[in-house]
Ligand binder design. Structure first.
Ligand SMILES: Nc1nc2c(ncn2[C@@H]2O[C@H](COP(=O)(O)OP(=O)(O)OP(=O)(O)O)[C@@H](O)[C@H]2O)c(=O)[nH]1
Ligand SMILES: [Mg+2]
Length: 128
């Protein structure tokens, strides 16, 4: 399950995993399930909406996920700062044993605001 602020490229990323390289034309507004196949492995990736109004619904799904991927855009400072809110929500609503991954998108064309060390530090301190 992939979560994180709106407009950071979650859908672009997940679509690319399924070899769909079209630009998403709309924001995600429900949970989209996408199947990613690699060899003998099949993973269902849940693409979720980042907009605030969907937050209540999203946290009710944490317990259904095998891995929770919290994403941010390294060129978007707000999406990094808002990770604290996401982490708080995870700590409140997810099982402590749920596997968590912090994922930072790097877009070649945009200036990078978050460095890898800060992201790693945050991930480590919250047991991602
Ligand atoms: N090509 C490209 N476009 C990106 C990238 N990241 C963001 N964008 C642009 O940002 C827009 C929003 O990206 P989405 O993947 O829809 O963002 P999202 O995180 O899924 O947003 P929500 O569905 O609202 O939660 C896209 O339409 C792209 O124009 C990227 O890495 N590559
Ligand atoms: Mg989306």
């Amino acid at each position: 399950m992939v979560i994180g602020d709106s407009n950071i490229g979650k859908t672009v990323f997940i679509n690319a995993l399924t070899d769909n390289h079209e630009e998403p034309v709309v924001k995600t507004c429900g949970v989209d399930f996408k199947q990613v196949t690699r060899g003998n492995f099949r993973v269902i990736v849940w693409d979720t909406p980042g907009e605030q109004r969907f937050r209540k619904a999203i946290k009710t799904l944490y317990h259904k996920a095998t891995v929770l991927v919290l994403a941010f855009d390294s060129a978007n400072s707000e999406s990094f700062i808002n990770l604290e809110q996401w982490i708080e929500s995870i700590n409140q609503h997810a099982e402590p044993k749920l596997k968590k991954v912090l994922l930072g998108f790097i877009n070649q064309g945009k200036e990078r605001w978050v460095n890898a060390e800060d992201a790693e530090e945050l991930a480590r301190s919250h047991r991602f």
